[in-house]
Design a protein around this ligand. Structure first.
Ligand SMILES: [Zn+2]
Ligand SMILES: [Zn+2]
Length: 375
């Protein structure tokens, strides 16, 4: 069977997370979204673990994978997958001496190297990989030149691409050739335009936790879906003051100082990935489809300021009623059928599927944006 999975979210105990981020809200959103497997997020946090003990939780058939994110030395973020909450408790106990906020923060800071963190996770039967690996400052490749530099002799079980990268950024990096890629939402709210804004399609023999983790480890991921990396604010190499964009070569020749205003030029994720990749090298990977949440498409079509206006929510509800869930609308349903409900939404979905979106990449701290050609 094929399942849609999102392995990275945060609980209400994480910084900047919504107070609504509770188990039942999360699960209800999964149904609307079409998500079959969701990471618990913050599984190391004692109170969040307890909240999953509530016997009244209605899972709607969604499988929970205990997952967590920790920040290690150098502020690098690591994603952890576990087979049960007991494993999370053991990891919590072992990391406690090295963390001041492990009992309070959903995504704790643990003052250990990537190698030590990975060692603790592996010794307790968990799995680990860099979270949003390409993000400047908190991603592994933002800090390190290689996996070994970060994780030493420990193996890495997967790599999370993150919102700032897609498969094309990582497929040319030789040291990743055996490592599965994940695309997850990192959602801090249970809203349907946050949950599963990036997700994975995996092939499994059952929806048990064991089979799902095995599918990840053995790269039975059949599709990755997520944002255009160009939407990110550090996608291209650009001046952090005036946002003028440069090629890496040009930036180098200007000594990373903007010739217009003397501002610092920040290397973009796109150039960073190119630098780490080996010329001509690539690996066979599942397709990556670029999507944005249906709510954002509807907002774009109705030209409103937010996907939460009355009009947007009404049209969104009509699509879900008609076609079961959002992922169905974005990836499966014939655009002609969608057009019967709303012609422009149908056309927009078609343009996303055929990769005809016009992109204006971000850089230097300014977000990128895109246009949907309604022709
Ligand atoms: Zn993170
Ligand atoms: Zn996170």
């Amino acid at each position: 069977m094929i399942l849609n999975a999102d392995f990275h979210i945060h609980s209400l105990f994480s910084m900047a997370a919504s107070k609504d981020m509770r188990p039942q809200k999360l699960l209800d959103s999964c149904v609307i979204k079409g998500i079959d497997v969701i990471g618990s997020g913050d599984a190391i946090h004692p109170k969040w673990r307890q909240m999953w003990d509530d016997p009244d939780i209605n899972y709607h058939g969604v499988t929970i994978i205990p997952t967590a994110e920790v920040e290690g030395k150098g502020k690098v973020h690591h994603l952890i997958l576990m087979k049960d909450f007991d494993t999370a408790e053991n990891i919590y106990s072992e990391m406690t001496p090295f963390s001041r906020n492990i009992s309070t923060g959903g995504r704790p800071h643990v003052a250990l190297t990537g190698e030590r963190i990975a060692e603790i996770v592996h010794n307790n039967g968990g799995y680990i990989g860099p979270a949003h690996a390409f993000t400047p400052w908190t991603g592994m490749y933002g800090k390190f030149e290689s996996i070994t530099e970060c994780y030493g002799s420990e193996v890495v079980d997967f790599l999370e691409l993150g919102l700032s990268a897609d498969t094309s950024y990582a497929a040319g990096i030789e040291e990743l050739k055996e490592i599965p890629f994940l695309s997850n939402s990192d959602a801090h709210s249970p809203a349907v335009n946050k949950i599963a804004r990036e997700f994975n399609r995996i092939k499994v023999s059952s929806n048990s936790v064991k089979d799902i983790i095995s599918a990840v480890l053995n790269n039975r991921i059949v599709l990755n879906a997520g944002f255009f990396p160009e939407e990110g604010k550090y996608n291209r190499t650009a001046c952090t003051r005036c946002f003028r964009q440069f090629s890496a070569l040009k930036a180098e020749s200007f000594n990373w100082k903007c010739p217009d205003d003397g501002g610092a030029i920040k290397r973009g994720v796109h150039d960073r990935a190119k630098y780490l990749s080996k010329e001509g090298f690539t690996t066979k990977r599942p397709d990556y489809v670029h999507i944005i949440p249906l709510g954002e498409i509807i907002k774009n079509v109705l030209k409103t300021s937010s996907p939460n206006t009355k009009g947007c929510l009404k049209l969104y509800a009509e699509f879900i009623r008609e076609f079961d869930n959002e992922i169905n609308v974005l990836l499966n349903v014939d655009p002609c059928e969608l057009s019967e409900l709303n012609a422009e939404v149908g056309l927009a979905v078609e343009k996303f599927r055929s990769n005809e979106i016009i992109l204006h990449p971000g850089g230097g701290g300014m977000y990128g944006n895109f246009e949907i050609p309604y022709r």
